[in-house]
Design a protein around this ligand. Structure first.
Ligand code: CA
Length: 227
């Protein structure tokens, strides 16, 4: 599973570097933008798992970036933590009205910010912060890489493990093949979409090795879903 990606949008170079350094130290992949316009372009290219967004930015302001992302179905689920100067507290309230998930007032504690990043990701990508995932009689532990179904320890290859993690983070969600490719293989690697079918087949076999129904649904013309 590629590490969770965080987009840092901050026009102050020193602050951008501190954030990037600390996020990378936590194991995240970090992309940077120094203005709102660039941030929107980067998000259109690859949807990050979380955005740390400064309020005052050149070109398009942080609040406008937030508003635009929260109004689109494909990006509205991405958690946004807004950063703002103390004098802009009134604006902070507006920030929450536009859908920001959390905010911090400058100067903020980096340790506190990292904790809030993890809190947001625990909600949207629980496995990325080490939480065990459960679906019906299946339990997946991202730290030990163990998958247990009805008391049986299942044997999964690394790709099948990442696939199952993706499915278990959002049961019921239909994943198109190209989105699975992005999430499981990573965007930089060229893999044919038929490869997805092969690995879903292997995953199904592994999940049913000790009996039980096939929990993965094929949605014709759309992709795959768990449950
Ligand atoms: Ca700024």
């Amino acid at each position: 599973m590629p590490a969770p990606s965080v987009l840092v949008v901050e026009d102050e170079p020193a602050q951008r570097e501190v954030l990037t350094y600390n996020l990378e130290a936590e194991g995240f992949r970090v992309a940077q933008a120094d203005n709102g316009e660039e941030a929107l372009l980067l998000v259109a290219e690859e949807t990050p798992d979380l955005i740390v967004l400064d309020w005052m930015l050149p070109n398009v302001s942080g609040i406008e970036v937030c508003r635009r992302l929260k109004s689109k179905p494909e990006t509205k689920g991405v958690p946004i933590i807004m950063l703002s100067a103390r004098s802009e507290e009134v604006d902070l309230v507006r920030g929450l009205e536009t859908g920001a998930d959390d905010y911090m007032v400058k100067p903020y504690s980096v340790v506190e910010l990292m904790a809030r990043v993890r809190t947001q990701l625990r909600r949207t990508r629980p496995s990325s912060v080490g939480e065990a995932l459960e679906f019906e009689d299946i339990t997946l532990d991202p730290e030990t890489h163990r998958v247990i179904r009805a008391g049986h320890n299942l044997k999964l290859g690394p790709t099948e493990f990442r696939l199952l993690t993706t499915f278990m983070e959002k049961p019921g969600r239909v994943w198109p093949r190209d989105q699975l490719l992005d999430r499981v293989w990573g965007r930089d690697i060229y893999v044919d979409t038929r490869t997805v079918d092969v690995h879903v087949g292997r995953l199904r076999k592994a999940l049913c090795a000790f009996g039980g129904d096939d929990p993965i649904r094929t949605v014709r013309g759309a992709g795959y879903a768990l449950g």
